[in-house]
Design a protein. Structure first.
Length: 346
């Protein structure tokens, strides 16, 4: 039973399963008149990480859901990764998670039910680490396996962090290294070297708790997390929502193992979502090399937080993060003018 390779039972993996941004825009372009609720503080207008509803007592409810097909073969690790990824949306809004509900699809005639049990076990471990209970859920018999969570959280209204509030001059920080999509694709193609999958897994199961801890500080202007649209895709969402531009430096961007990633790219271990991501945003990005494009459009699963911070408060921010035990990588700055929405300095 334990020898089953979950990734062979699905056509996609992790957040690389996301629908192409251009296609998603067409799906969301409905013509029915929207129902307006004055309590809704954050909806899908700016493609933010979660919905936020005013509870009338100075706090707000954060609600989100995220699920995907296996990105690793081990069911326990799949559960941990999917859970950490879903909970991240709560942290990205500046909140603290309250409760999670499981979403499970399982091909019961192809894969033993016991493997699905291990997926749930992994998710429970991560929920426990986040201080919440996995309280129930829903499951279906599906053609391909998938798993994720619906998560509720809470945040003081004054502490809500959006992707639409970045300002020119803000320093851009990333809290996790990139490369998950490339490594998971190499794994699916049986080209992964020993130990490299562990590096990717350790990044993906790490919770983005920092988001909830820094939300009370006014010097944190905007926040989101980096997932299936890659670093460039999610940074572009911040730029467009905030009506600013960005300049990032390639040498400042963290990677799980740059030498290993370059090797796998040469071996054609490029996720299909990478090119979809690039085709949806290429007009907004300064000219970059093919390898740079493949690295910065690589779909991340349970990626790090992308945070913009007032330039006069970076020392305070960095000191706080170090005290709390979190890594920080300053990768660039928000700017007001430029020939492209995002300029990549190689």
């Amino acid at each position: 039973m334990d020898e089953q390779r979950l990734t062979l039972y699905s056509h996609g993996s992790g957040c690389g399963c996301k629908i192409d941004p251009q296609i998603l825009d067409r799906i969301l372009n409905v013509h029915a008149p929207p129902f307006r609720d004055s309590r809704l503080l954050v909806g899908n207008e700016q493609k933010d990480d979660a919905a936020v509803l005013d509870m009338g007592d100075g706090t707000a409810l954060i609600s989100t859901t995220d699920f995907f097909m296996p990105i690793v073969d081990d069911p326990f690790d799949f559960g941990r990764i999917a859970a950490a990824n879903a909970i991240s949306d709560i942290y990205a809004m500046g909140g603290e998670p309250l409760m999670a509900i499981a979403i499970l699809g399982w091909p019961v005639l192809q894969l033993p039910p016991e493997l699905a049990g291990k997926v749930l076990e992994g998710a429970r471990i991560i929920c426990q680490e986040a201080g919440i209970v996995l309280a129930g859920g829903h499951s279906i018999d599906s053609v391909e396996p998938f798993f994720g969570l619906a998560v509720n959280g809470r945040v003081p209204i004054a502490n809500i962090k959006k992707n639409s509030t970045a300002q020119p001059g803000d320093v851009i920080y990333l809290t996790k290294p990139l490369g998950v999509g490339i490594l998971s694709t190499a794994n699916k193609l049986d080209r992964l070297k020993e130990g490299d999958l562990d590096k990717a897994r350790n990044v993906m199961i790490s919770l983005n708790k920092l988001g909830g801890k820094i939300a009370c500080h006014d010097w944190v202007h905007a926040m989101t997390d980096v997932t299936g649209f890659g670093l460039l895709g999610h940074l572009l969402e911040v730029c467009q929502a905030s009506q600013v531009r960005a300049r990032i430096t390639l040498d400042s961007i963290p990677f799980i193992d740059r030498e290993a990633l370059d090797y796998y790219l040469k071996m054609q271990c490029v996720p299909a979502a990478t090119e979809r991501n690039w085709s949806s945003l290429s007009d907004e990005i300064s000219p970059i090399a093919t390898t740079t494009r493949q690295l910065l459009c690589d779909p991340q699963t349970s990626g790090g937080l992308l945070i913009t911070v007032d330039p006069g408060s970076t020392s305070s921010f960095e000191a706080f993060a170090v005290q709390e035990g979190y890594a920080l990588y300053p990768i660039g700055q928000m700017i007001s003018e430029g020939t492209h929405t995002i300029e990549v300095v190689e």
